[in-house]
Design a binder for this molecule. Structure first.
Ligand code: M6R
Length: 611
């Protein structure tokens, strides 16, 4: 969702802001803008659409200045239009504000300000916050005091950057519930929504805490909490390599990230498996605690929710812990019966998903310990958690999650083995079998990647219809959901994932000769394997266009369909890690055939930081 970048330094901020905004594009946006202190003025340039529109605006009306803020906006309050673009000005154009988050009481604040005669030119909550800061300044407060005063009136979430003619050498930043970092480098000080945005500029960063306000000047950085108490600066060295945030010769970030999965999963095993034992350094959970666990609730959203469904199946299969899963957006608005002591786990690539975060805060309030599986260090979910497993997938830039997802699945395998071992519920034999199977996953994924031309041809044959259906059972049911989600997200073709056994209860009515039905049939051994083949035959009997994912050497589908994607044989409980790669490629090539913007699909944001 909205991205923020800002700079105070010794060179022109405009190219730095534009580059930063380009690096934030992946978060999703529909308009963009920037403001710089230019010739004793706060000058704004804003445009709807891609950043190229803002660049054209800048080419037509050039700007320069060494202090500036920039923003990519994903519309929430008010349509995507120039007047709703950030930055928003107040105090007769003397200050400009960029903001990520939602000011929930903006209507109330707006009413009070309107009564004082203040006029608004946008529909946004951000302009109201800018006007509130200006209003607080009217009482003679300096800008820092005015900002603190305005934030004390605002309810909701924010990450913000503020500049003003009244503090011409200064950039202010603040966060509450939305991510923001401060960075330093040889050419100045910076703010940004994430590290990749300012990676070329900075050597060290500070992850702002909720309720902190930062002041950046050419001389340095100061930070206070909302009560005005100075905070110790916690600079962290930036370890990220530039190659982690470029497409590395691939046509899209998504394709690069699909290919990175072998390396990411190998890296995870090197990190978390030592001498045949699972070692989870950030889990920080005693054996005594693990042995008392009876219930676990896993809360997450989107793709991460499907990882949670997979995790539940694994944990329930190998331990005696009862596991439930829920979507963050549902969990937080029902009355879940979570006893103090229930382990509440979250899974998240970004660590910033608003509904997951709110669910965690609710569970903490109920006295539950929190375990988070996350890809982003220092993110909000990480800070709220007692127990952690990092997915170490590296920055994921493609909006459609791929490598972060398979890393989440693998972390669930580690967690399951760790819990089962600590509870005395895992035999040495099972542990060795599962670990041996795990070691085979990267090579199996590599084989799927080698088969991508075949997958592309299948995708090209079936991409044109209005809809498709994905079927799977047990461990591969969440993969059917994920395959359908990937397809929807990037190819814009309606797709539905279903538990194959549920097909007779409704979706079978959809099947005809034009409906592609993607069937995950890699189970070969037990009754689920047989049932799945029966389901495929039911589709065949109704002339559905069957695309099967099957195990190499399996001949059961030979008389059913020619469109088979064979994958290496992997035990059923780990087969999703391999099968989903075939589904990612299938969605990818369908999207390519349909000509969509794969890395930046319409309407989507990479991290959903508002409800
Ligand atoms: O950052 P998170 O993992 O918490 O994000 C959750 C979902 O928004 C995310 O998985 C979304 O569904 C992806 N675009 C899926 O590709």
């Amino acid at each position: 969702m909205c991205g923020i970048v800002g700079m105070v330094g010794d060179r022109d901020a405009v190219p730095v802001l534009i580059e930063g905004l380009k690096r934030l594009e992946y978060r999703g946006y529909d308009s963009a803008g920037l403001a710089v202190l230019h010739e004793n003025d706060v000058a704004l340039r804003r445009a709807v659409g891609r950043l190229s529109a803002l660049e054209s605006e800048l080419a037509a009306h050039p700007l320069s200045g060494s202090i500036g803020i920039g923003h990519t906006r994903w519309a929430t309050h008010g349509e995507a239009s120039v007047r709703n673009c950030h930055p928003h000005a107040a105090a007769e154009g003397r200050l400009a504000l960029v903001h990520n988050g939602i000011i929930e009481n903006y209507q109330e604040l707006k009413k009070d300000l309107t009564a004082k005669g203040i006029l608004f030119s946008s529909d946004t909550d951000t302009e109201v916050l800018a006007a509130t800061i200006a209003d607080c300044q009217q009482d003679g407060a300096d800008l820092l005091e005015a900002l603190r005063c305005a934030l004390s009136k605002a309810r909701g979430a924010y990450a913000l950057g503020l500049l003003s003619l009244d503090a011409p050498e200064t950039l202010y930043a603040a966060r509450l519930g939305s991510p923001l970092i401060v960075g330093k480098g040889s050419s100045g000080y910076f703010i940004a929504s994430d590290v990749p945005a300012i990676l070329p500029q900075v050597d060290e960063v500070i992850y702002l805490e909720d309720g902190e306000i930062a002041r950046l000047t050419p001389a340095g950085v100061e930070i206070w909490n909302l009560a005005g108490e100075a905070q110790v600066l916690k600079w962290v060295k930036v370890e990220m390599e530039e190659s982690a945030v470029d497409a590395g010769g691939f046509e899209t970030f998504m394709l690069k990230e699909i290919h990175e999965q072998t390396r990411v999963l190998r890296g995870l095993m090197e990190r978390y498996v030592m001498d045949g034992q699972i070692v989870l350094p950030e889990l920080n959970m005693s054996v005594g605690h693990i042995r008392t666990l009876q219930r676990m609730m896993i809360v997450s959203c989107g793709t991460a929710y499907y990882a949670a469904m997979y995790g539940r199946l694994l944990i329930e299969n190998y331990t005696s812990i009862a596991v439930e899963t829920d979507l963050g957006s549902e969990f937080r608005y029902r009355s879940p019966k979570i006893q103090p002591g229930t382990l509440v786990a979250t899974v998240s690539q970004s660590g910033e998903t608003a509904d997951t975060l709110a669910s965690v805060q609710m569970a903490k309030g109920a006295g539950c310990p929190i375990l988070t599986i996350c890809n982003v260090f220092g993110s909000s979910l990480v800070r709220e958690s007692d127990h952690l497993i990092y997915t170490h997938a590296g920055p994921e830039i493609g909006v459609a999650s791929t490598k972060a997802f398979t890393a989440q699945l693998m972390c669930f395998v580690f967690l399951t083995l760790y819990l089962a071992e600590a509870r005395g519920e895992l035999t040495a034999e099972t542990r060795e079998e599962l670990l041996a199977e795990l070691q085979r996953i990267p090579t199996a994924i590599h084989r799927v990647l080698e088969n991508k031309e075949h997958i592309r041809k299948i995708a090209e044959q079936h991409h044109d219809g209005p809809s498709s259906l994905y079927l799977g059972r047990r461990y591969n049911y969440p993969m059917a959901l994920e395959g359908a989600l990937k397809n929807k997200e990037i190819s814009y073709q309606h797709a539905e994932g279903y538990a194959a056994g549920e097909m007779k209860h409704g979706p079978i009515a959809l099947i005809n000769e034009s409906l592609p039905v993607i069937c995950i049939c890699t189970e070969t051994e037990d009754e689920v394997a047989e049932k799945m083949i029966s389901n495929v035959r039911e589709v065949q009997a109704r002339s559905g266009r069957i695309i099967a994912i099957a195990t190499e050497g399996d001949t059961r589908l030979d008389d059913i369909t020619e469109d088979i994607i064979f994958v290496p044989r992997i035990c059923e409980c780990m087969s999703p890690l391999v099968n989903v790669v075939a589904l990612q490629l299938l969605a990818y090539y369908a999207a390519q055939a349909r000509g969509t913007d794969i890395d930046k699909p319409r309407n989507l944001a990479k991290s959903v930081t508002v409800e």
